[in-house]
Design a protein around this ligand. Structure first.
Ligand code: CP
Length: 289
């Protein structure tokens, strides 16, 4: 089965994927004995998502193929569909795809034998990131209902925010957004960070995405850090049991101070660890269902 957006899954189904990921975290083993092949097709740079899908596949004893876009026939004008179709015809058992185009998968769905695992589409969705964020929250608090989160930064262009806001609200969490006016998206519960920071259970920071829209931001990076960045002064105002999350990569000294990255409340590296278990659950579900 395809995993494209968490919108396609009920709350019960999302919890089932998280339970499966938790089983992998607790040592469950699945061994495909090298008979299944997972192809990673990244048309946009990635470290965490690419290599944790790779590690997840290896943990399940799948073989992997890693598409190198920079040396591929896309340089001769081959389209996304024609490129992905090659891997389908080669007989892979799942394709993991990241692409700059929102909902790129709409042109692929129903035309491939291999299931598609969306590793991020433009500013649209990042379901594996949402799932690893949710697993981190569930392992920390044991529940979603009643938790409060503030997501800080470029809400408008963030696929992480877009995926997370919808599923977190469906799971019974209260989601606030915060950040510069130019990154605000209508329809979300916008608040000033300093007014909400002492009330939330989770402060989730987003990366300032220089490569997408540097010219959009009216503030200097120093001003961004002063107004919206998480420094130790703000961390000290957080609830005792509150945690800090960031999908990474992070800009030290911009959205997060250097000394906050690995402070006691930070779960940023734990999120990366959980990413492998979530992606094992996704590959397993995609192949088996
Ligand atoms: N969080 C995330 O998607 O990181 P990468 O871009 O490194 O995959």
């Amino acid at each position: 089965m395809n995993i494209l957006s968490l919108d396609d899954f009920s709350v019960e189904e999302v919890n089932e994927i998280l339970d499966s990921a938790n089983e992998f975290a607790n040592g469950k083993e699945v061994d495909y004995k090298g008979k299944k092949v997972v192809a990673n097709l990244f048309f946009e740079p990635s470290t965490r998502t690419h290599y944790s899908f790779e590690k997840a596949a290896l943990n399940l004893n799948c073989k992997t193929m890693n598409f190198d876009e920079s040396n591929s026939s896309t340089k001769k004008g081959e389209t996304l569909y024609d490129t992905v179709k090659v891997f389908d015809m080669l007989g892979v058992d799942a394709v993991v795809i990241r692409h700059t185009q929102n909902a790129y998968y709409n042109e692929l769905v129903g035309k491939l034998k291999a299931p598609i695992l969306n590793a991020g589409d433009g500013t649209g969705n990042h379901p594996s990131q949402s799932l690893l964020d949710l697993l981190t929250i569930k392992r920390e608090f044991g529940k979603f209902e009643g938790l409060k989160v503030v997501i800080v930064g470029d809400i408008k262009h963030s696929r992480v925010a877009h995926s997370n806001i919808k599923i977190m609200e469906r799971l019974g969490m209260t989601v606030y957004t915060s950040g510069p006016e130019e990154y605000k998206e209508e329809g979300f519960n916008y608040v000033e960070l300093d007014k909400i920071i002492s009330e939330v259970d989770i402060v989730m920071l987003l990366r300032v995405q220089h490569e997408r829209h540097e010219s959009l931001m009216k503030l200097s990076l120093e001003e961004y850090h002063k107004n919206y960045g998480l420094n130790m002064e703000r961390v000290n105002k957080m609830r005792e049991k509150a945690i800090i999350m960031h999908p990474a990569p992070f800009n030290r000294g911009v959205e997060i101070a250097d000394d906050v990255v690995e402070c006691k409340k930070s779960r940023i590296f734990e999120q990366m660890r959980n990413g492998v278990f979530v992606r094992m659950a996704m590959i397993y579900k995609a192949i088996e269902e």
